[in-house]
Design a protein around this ligand. Structure first.
Ligand code: MN
Length: 283
């Protein structure tokens, strides 16, 4: 069987979140798995950052080895690199789990791998913000790279981007909108546990009759998500002080001084626990 293969795309600003995502991934893999392959598509990462990522990979698992492969990428934006994944990753690789770095993994990704290894095109989770049945969130996608190469999906996405221009005119959610337009309904829908978005924020507006969650379902997602995804902005804005709808922010954005009491997202504290378990980030 092909080993569990995962891909991230980062530049220097996402090294710290990547370390947390990677460590959380590795501490949850089952002891019986042969190897975890992690591809890091990187934009100009300094050697020190690569060394740190390698150390995190080495020290986070005693259960199963992790091979990290850095793939240098000259694209100017991670959004473009995401659309080009099938071409950037090694051509022998047929399926990959793409993950944003703004996540916390809380389950064995081999389960997701098993669940989606026969996906004909792409497997993903509905976007909680959009809440349209056929529209997925592009922060976690299992990509059938062979299919995407054969169907020239990359070329189709890039040509849409070329027409839209560098500001993604007509695609407010950038590469995610383009992915959705090109894939259409041709994707396998996974449960919200595999990409829990907007918790403590806009997910609260999706609770109710004919909406995405019952109160019980949302509560369960707030306690037992397999992948928590910190959607939202890295920066700060005044809207974050609105108590009626706290804006989703990244755990590391600096707004959250005391994660145990003030963070609206239930997984922020756990994110910091993983961060501080990495010696280089212990304060
Ligand atoms: Mn994200």
């Amino acid at each position: 069987m092909t080993p569990l293969s995962v891909a991230f795309i980062i530049d220097e600003t996402f090294v710290m979140p990547l370390c947390v995502a990677l460590r959380s991934l590795l501490v949850h893999v089952a002891p019986n798995c042969d190897v975890v392959k992690v591809f890091v598509i990187e934009m100009n990462l300094p050697t020190a950052s690569k060394d740190l990522i390698l150390r995190v990979a080495e020290t986070s698992t005693t259960k199963c080895p992790c091979q990290v492969e850095f793939i240098p990428c000259s694209e100017t934006s991670p959004f473009i690199a995401k659309m080009k994944l099938p071409l950037l990753l090694p051509s022998h690789l047929s399926v990959v789990i793409y993950l944003d770095a703004d996540i916390l993994i809380r389950a064995d990704l081999n389960v997701l791998w098993e669940l989606t290894k026969d996906t004909s095109c792409l497997a993903a989770v509905m976007d909680v913000g959009k809440a349209k049945p056929n529209y997925f969130n592009a922060g976690m996608m299992v990509l059938n790279l062979t299919y995407m190469r054969e169907q020239a999906c990359v070329e189709e996405m890039i040509s849409k981007f070329m027409i839209a221009g560098p500001n993604f005119e007509g695609f407010p959610l950038k590469e995610q909108d383009i992915f959705n337009q090109v894939m259409g309904t041709n994707w396998q829908k996974l449960s919200f546990y595999w990409n829990a978005q907007g918790l403590g924020s806009y997910a609260n507006f999706r609770v109710g009759e004919n909406l995405l969650f019952t109160p019980k379902e949302l509560q369960d997602l707030e306690e037992n998500a397999y992948i928590a995804h910190f959607t939202g902005y890295s920066g700060c804005s005044l809207i974050q002080f609105n108590p009626h709808c706290p804006e989703p922010v990244k755990p590391w954005s600096g707004m959250i001084m005391n994660p145990s009491t003030t963070a609206p997202n239930p997984y922020v504290f756990e994110w910091f626990q993983v961060l501080y378990s990495i010696p280089e980030y212990r304060y």
